[in-house]
Design a protein around this ligand. Structure first.
Ligand SMILES: [Zn+2]
Length: 265
């Protein structure tokens, strides 16, 4: 027998489905304008659309930062069917899952496309497109001063922003546990603050770095707010020195704050 509760559940489920579809259609419509797609190999139209939707969703989430940094530059999105295809084409290390090349003229994103499938069979979106979209906005703000911000800060913001939301909770918990598990391999302040994940780096160390970036940025945002981080980027673009801008925004040097976080972790 069909109960009232079942009918209500079905009604809410269907309503949710049509609402999500409406939002996705709307995101896709805007994404087609914002991003120029270059397909490498056999990326299905559905996969391509899923990726565009995730890029656009993050862009909308970073709305304030995007608006403040002026009209979005040309963003070229290079899509690959698999991570292996991406690594083969770019020649990047096996730990690398996506990449954003920042130049003042054009911003290029290289990433594997999201998985296709119907609303019922599809896997949850990965944080890959959102992560790269944060780099796009960072690049948009910093322009030719992109190299004046340390890797931990650019990656920290990308990790933190792209792992927000309820659907990313299991991933956040897993990464926190993984870092805690590897706590005897945590980087010293000098290592972390000057680290650049180069190709020769072992994957395990790169993972400690990215997990530390996420957790450290979460710590900063919880203790203060994430807003000053975006303001620091604007200040660096306008000629400021990163260390000085950071210290004046938070009243502590990155060095001291990192040590404070390490102690609290
Ligand atoms: Zn990144």
């Amino acid at each position: 027998m069909v109960s009232l509760a079942m009918l209500i559940t079905l009604g809410v489920g269907l309503g949710r489905f049509f609402y999500d579809k409406h939002v996705d259609d709307n995101l896709l419509e805007n994404a087609v304008v914002d991003f120029a797609i270059i397909n490498h190999g056999s990326v299905s139209a559905d996969s391509q659309n899923r990726t565009l939707i995730e890029l656009e969703r993050e862009k909308r989430q970073l709305h304030t930062q995007v608006t403040a940094s002026g009209p979005l530059q040309t963003v070229q999105v290079h899509l690959f069917a698999t991570v292996a295809d991406y690594q083969k084409f770019t020649g990047w290390a096996t730990w690398s899952g996506a990449y954003t090349r920042c130049s003042p003229r054009v911003i290029e994103v290289y990433l594997p496309a999201e998985k296709a499938g119907s609303a019922f069979t599809r896997e949850a979106p990965t944080s890959g497109p959102a992560h790269e979209m944060v780099h796009v906005v960072e690049c948009q703000i910093l322009k030719e001063r992109a190299d004046f911000v340390p890797s931990w800060f650019a990656e920290g913001l990308a990790e933190y922003e792209s792992s927000k939301g309820f659907s990313k909770l299991p991933d956040r918990v897993m990464r926190r546990v993984s870092l805690w598990w590897n706590r005897n391999k945590m980087m010293t302040e000098d290592e972390f603050l000057n680290y650049y994940p180069s190709e020769s780096e072992p994957a395990e160390r790169v993972a400690v770095f990215y997990n530390s970036c996420l957790e450290f940025m979460r710590y900063i945002s919880a203790r203060f707010s994430e807003d000053p981080c975006w303001t620091i980027l604007v200040d660096v673009r306008n000629g400021g020195i990163f260390e000085e801008e950071f210290t004046s925004a938070f009243g502590q040097s990155p060095n001291n704050l990192y040590l404070e976080w390490l102690k609290s972790f």
